[in-house]
Design a protein around this ligand. Structure first.
Ligand SMILES: Nc1ncnc2c1ncn2[C@@H]1O[C@H](COP(=O)(O)OP(=O)(O)OP(=O)(O)O)[C@@H](O)[C@H]1O
Ligand SMILES: [Mg+2]
Length: 291
């Protein structure tokens, strides 16, 4: 009889493969970490990056934190506090639910986590590299979570070489942060890059958030929209035809506060502006759909 050929992949290899789907670039890590911080009820989120996020991505939140058991568990695949049965899939209000993000990130970076819950006297520090636990110790840390992701793709040089310049990667990070900051205007976001303050978005209403991202001038160029039907609520702002711009950057759809791209809806917007704006200029929009 021939030797068996099939083996079960070790967890750290399976996680590295899964990581390919979750993490394409530093901005993907930023999205996952910020979503986790928002889900944990963080109201002040500080994002620190170095070299466009290639060397360091750090997110500090003042959310619920984790107890020592959860701090270790969160790096396991399919480990989530957000879903316990498939029925929950239809009532989710959190950003995450797959329980895959941290396992994937830890498989392809050097990760340090410090976390503490309000009721605990000491926090927990975990160091995990390439999916392998290096240490788990008690530590002093404020309530909330502080996670550092260092040297992304350090163990997959081919993926690391595929990254673009620091400047381009930083641009993707900022785009990702803004897509989360616009719908979560009740959260204070701070971004530091290579030691410099890049963004400071204090909590405020939606218009204040849009102004702090784009500039105060935008207020007089936007008009509010709103429509409530039995199955959907639409709200947000669209730009006056006179303030159409050359760039398509300021075009945002959100479904239940999640940024989405949708060519069909985008086309509908252009149809509405058709007679009102010139060829090759673009409307700005910040439109929220809520079920
Ligand atoms: N900043 C944080 N504060 C508190 N708990 C956290 C934080 N980040 C992660 N967790 C906990 O770790 C778990 C795993 O996180 P992870 O991002 O891997 O999965 P998820 O958010 O449940 O789902 P998804 O893979 O879709 O993001 C979360 O369900 C949550 O309980
Ligand atoms: Mg998550």
């Amino acid at each position: 009889m021939l030797k068996n050929k099939i083996i079960l992949l070790p967890d750290h290899v399976a996680n590295q493969i899964a990581a390919g789907e979750v993490v394409q670039r530093p901005a993907s890590v930023v999205k996952e970490l910020l979503e986790n911080a928002i889900d944990a009820g963080g109201k002040q989120l500080k994002l620190i990056i170095k070299d466009g996020g290639k060397t360091l991505i750090q997110v500090i939140d003042n959310g619920d934190g984790m107890n020592p058991f959860d701090a270790r568990m969160c790096f396991e695949r399919h480990a989530t506090s957000k879903l316990s049965s498939s029925d929950d899939l239809f009532t989710l209000t959190t950003k995450g639910f797959r329980g895959e993000a941290l396992a994937s990130i830890a498989a392809i970076a050097q990760v340090e986590l410090k976390t503490k819950q309000q009721e605990d006297l000491v926090g927990q520090q975990i160091i995990i590299e390439g999916g392998k636990l290096k240490s788990q110790l008690d530590c002093q840390t404020p309530t909330g979570t502080n996670i550092l992701v260092k040297n992304l793709f350090y163990n997959i040089p081919a993926r690391r070489n595929f990254l673009k310049t620091d400047q381009i990667e930083q641009k993707h990070v900022i785009d990702e942060l803004e897509r989360l900051a616009i719908p979560h205007n009740d959260v204070h976001f701070i971004l530091q890059s290579n030691g410099n303050d890049l963004l400071n978005l204090p909590a405020g209403n939606l218009m204040q958030r849009i102004k702090s991202i784009i500039g105060s001038y935008i207020q007089k160029e936007l008009v509010p929209i709103g429509e409530d039907t039995s199955f959907i609520k639409i709200s947000g702002y669209v730009s006056l035809p006179s303030s159409a711009v050359k760039s398509k950057k300021e075009q945002y759809f959100f479904v239940n506060n999640r940024f989405v791209r949708n060519p069909f809806l985008n086309h509908a917007i252009y149809e509405a502006y058709k007679e009102l704006i010139s060829y090759q200029s673009h409307p700005r929009y910040f439109i929220f759909f809520r079920a």
